[in-house]
Design a protein around this ligand. Structure first.
Ligand SMILES: NC(=O)c1ccc[n+]([C@@H]2O[C@H](COP(=O)([O-])OP(=O)(O)OC[C@H]3O[C@@H](n4cnc5c(N)ncnc54)[C@H](OP(=O)(O)O)[C@@H]3O)[C@@H](O)[C@H]2O)c1
Length: 233
């Protein structure tokens, strides 16, 4: 039983790798930090996922390998800010969060695999302080949905805030912030349930859903006041 995990070196990807390794799965990982990959993975590729040519090479190497599950987890953001991000930073977010996924899947035979996409609750709202991240994750939702409707066993997971390197420098209040351990358990349960659309924690999801029903000019006023940058303005 084989599982491929992108971003298996740290955070959610590493925690899922450890969990499934303990369950007896063979873990294949992709990330940049070789030392960290070695700790969790039986096999791994050291790769910067923003280098799409390199990702395509890995995809070709994996063309004959059958995975039971592929967890498309690696993701990055630009710093939370109302500043308009430079194109290099914006492109890198799209390369890692969405384009690398397609490049990786291109030559893999995933017809009989479960594809797990780690999106974010941030995809449900065009937050003014995460222009690139929200847009890339919304694109990911659509990508995963297309594959699901095409008959692939796809699972889309949209977590709220989790304590990992991604959030450790956030200076703003993070509602319903979860421990990595708690979030990992929830993700594992979701994967077992076999349902496509999985936001969590649900209380945060419902608040966001309710918020999205407000008139746009009111949403804008509220976000102007409460959506905070990490960068002091
Ligand atoms: N933490 C949260 O609050 C939260 C909430 C919602 C969704 N998510 C999503 O959950 C996923 C995992 O996030 P996390 O919180 O676990 O983040 P994290 O602790 O920062 O870990 C990110 C992982 O992605 C890999 N990665 C990042 N850039 C890469 C690149 N250019 N090439 C290859 N690998 C790269 C990292 O490995 P290397 O550095 O070794 O390359 C690392 O293994 C992301 O998709 C994120 O958007 C997180």
């Amino acid at each position: 039983m084989k599982i491929l995990i992108t971003g298996a070196s740290r955070g959610i990807g590493k925690a899922l790798g450890e969990y499934y390794k303990n369950k007896g799965f063979e873990i294949w990982g992709i990330a940049r930090d070789e030392g960290a990959l070695k700790e969790v993975c039986d096999k791994y590729f050291v790769c910067d996922l923003s280098n799409i040519e390199e990702v395509s090479e890995i995809s070709k190497k994996l063309s004959g390998v059958k995975f039971d599950m592929i967890i498309l987890n690696a993701g990055i953001s630009t710093p939370h800010s109302r500043d308009f991000p430079p194109i290099e930073a914006f492109k890198k977010v799209f390369d890692v969060n969405i384009l690398s996924i397609h490049a990786l899947l291109e030559h893999i035979d995933f017809k009989d695999s479960k594809l797990v996409f780690i999106s974010s609750l941030a995809s449900l709202l065009g937050a003014p302080t995460s222009l690139a991240y929200s847009a890339s994750k919304r694109a990911l939702n659509s990508y995963a949905e297309s594959l699901y409707f095409a008959g692939i066993d796809a699972v889309l997971i949209l977590p709220g805030f989790i304590k990992t390197d991604m959030t450790k420098n956030h200076t703003f209040y993070m509602p319903f912030l979860m421990d990595l351990d708690d979030a990992t358990k929830r993700i594992v349960k979701i994967i077992e349930k076999d349902k496509f659309f999985n936001p969590f924690p649900l209380r945060f999801y419902y608040i966001i859903k309710l918020f999205t029903l407000l008139p746009n000019n009111l949403k804008r006023k509220i976000l102007k006041k409460y959506a905070k940058s990490d960068i002091v303005e």
